[in-house]
Design a protein around this ligand. Structure first.
Ligand code: ADP
Ligand code: MG
Length: 242
């Protein structure tokens, strides 16, 4: 699904060059659930943005679903992004005055063809994250965990093959984090490929493969030995356990 070959990234800011990725090789097959961990500033978000076609690498080759992306135009990249990828960010990035339903419909309003059953697809995506009872709530009327689940529904609505999540539980309490992770684990069981950035070892331990980044290089890349199931941890929380 994802194939990176000697990917580098240097940011140019004024006269200063910051080398952030120093040659990353990575292969992610369909159906994997990969966690990217590493200290702050190690290049995790940069790598995820490149994977998500939100930014271009400075060097190396990136092949996504069989397409070498460096030769593609911005419009072609946007098209590939819209059809193949769904994003979730730490800060939700929801429109504050739009309902959950309207937020989930957003990807369609940017797309060239608005599907006839868009409303139905959005309702289904919200049901997938357990929010069928929050269709007309606005972000300010929901908890952080619910907002992140709306953001996840928005990522799911165009039925992408790959979900990319940058610290999706970074702003959430324990219960909400586990709720989001149990949804991601279920989606992965159903076949979605997921790449998730986190600095939380317990969250990393809920994925299937753990990659550690350090100063722009891969330090280690190993399967998760004793994977934790978020749904089980959730069931074990006390009633008021946040
Ligand atoms: N747009 C940018 N322009 C210049 N430098 C950047 C930019 N984005 C990130 N950086 C720098 O690149 C390094 C890695 O950033 P990032 O990928 O966000 O790390 P992480 O997500 O692991 O904390 C940091 O030193 C950061 O300051
Ligand atoms: Mg980051």
């Amino acid at each position: 699904m994802i194939h990176l070959d000697d990917i580098t990234k240097t940011y140019h800011t004024g006269k200063v060059d910051t080398e952030v990725l120093l040659g990353v090789d990575l292969e992610v097959a369909a159906g994997e659930f990969l966690a990217i961990m590493g200290p702050s500033g190690s290049g995790k978000s940069t790598l995820l943005h490149i994977l998500g076609l939100l930014d271009r690498a400075s060097g190396g080759r990136y092949t996504l679903a069989g397409q070498e992306v460096s030769g593609l135009s911005d419009a072609e990249l946007a098209n590939l992004r819209n059809t193949l990828l769904g994003f979730v960010f730490q800060a939700f990035h929801l429109l504050p005055f739009a309902t959950a339903l309207a937020n989930v419909l957003l990807p369609f309003t940017y797309a060239s063809d608005y599907p006839d059953d868009a409303q139905e697809m959005a309702r289904r995506a919200l049901a997938q994250v357990g929010l069928e009872h929050r269709l007309h709530h606005r972000p300010g009327e929901m908890s952080g965990g619910e907002c992140q689940r709306v953001a996840l529904a928005r990522a799911l609505v165009s039925e992408p093959e790959v979900i990319l999540a940058d610290e999706p539980t970074g702003n959430l309490d324990l219960r909400s984090s586990l709720e989001v992770m149990s949804i991601l684990q279920r989606l992965n069981e159903e076949g979605k490929t997921i790449v998730l950035v986190t600095h939380d070892a317990q969250i990393g331990n809920m994925c299937r493969r753990l990659l550690k980044l350090n100063y722009g290089r891969i330090d280690s890349d190993e399967p998760v030995e004793h994977r934790e199931l978020a749904a089980e941890l959730l069931a074990g929380l006390p009633e008021d356990g946040r």
